[in-house]
Design a protein around this ligand. Sequence first.
Ligand code: PLP
Length: 354
Amino acid sequence: MKLEVVRTSNLKAKPQDETKLGFGRLFTDYMFTMQFEQGKGWYDAKIRPFENFSLSPACSVLHYSQTIFEGLKAYHTEAGMNLFRPWDNFRRMNISAKRMCMPEVDEEFVLQSLDELLKIEKDWVPKTPGTSLYIRPTMMAVDPFLGVSAGKNYLFYIILSPVGAYYESGLEPVDIYVEDEYVRAVDGGTGFAKAGGNYAASLLAGEIAHKKGFAQVLWLDGKEKKYVQEVGSMNIFFKIRGELVTAPLAGSILPGITRDSVITLSRDVFGTPVREENIAIADVFEQNASGGLEEVFGTGTAAVISPVGGMTWKDKDIVVADGSMGELTRKLYNTLTGMQYGVVKDDFGWIKTL
Ligand SMILES: *Cc1c(COP(=O)(O)O)cnc(C)c1O
């Protein structure tokens, strides 16, 4: 497929103060879009000025949420910019697409198109430490049809947003709320897909936890509400008596790219064994009481590593390791962010330099 570039001379002013970027409010001058029609395949691939779409109010995505997305970042480096395992995002997007009955994309073509878009928008990658250019690929069904069935027409696009440092005042452990009423996903459901509806379904528990003063919700399994799944939109790890434990990829949790990187670094670089096994929240609390719970952290593209200092489950509160950050947590954070910003050598082939 040919990639057309539609230029504009009407460019926006770049943000003045990179310490005030926040997350996902500002967008760059251009976006990538392409369309799909059943029988015809993907067509009309373009890099074109960022602008509003025109959609029918009957558009199926607006009613039934047939939509998936991805999230990755471009990091400013001395040499230009780095991407972290971008091919894995488009591979995962195709897995999400299958689950949501949507067409797959040509991963190579989409990656090349993203490169082209980033080359045009390179001046939008912020340079202040900790900042980045957030990349949001999205796909949705756009048929103007109210019947509940898979769409025949889809829109795929990539937009770019300069974002601030996740940790403005350093890596701070947060308190999390173990949700024991609402669940995020069930076996056989859509938990492993980055599908829009999963996030709509998670909002209520998030709001309740925020009102109670917690940063994130820790989700338990949908059947017994016993085993730990994820924390907010991050995967979660517990370091217990010298070993890391995290939930297995059994269909209800999102297969995080940061999760996978943390497992590899822990095993191969830091010599910490990792078990991908179900762990009951009661066991986590018991290990804490007996002094075995050493570190707890979440992993995801946005925060990279988010240390957990305290947890509340039903009427029990615990403090993890005096509420301070663990050594492995810090080493993983420093190594991953170091690779992303091009100051730590990448021995794994994770970095793509543009
Ligand atoms: C995106 C996401 C993650 C983290 O995935 P990364 O690839 O590490 O960014 C974890 N859990 C959920 C629910 C997510 O949506």
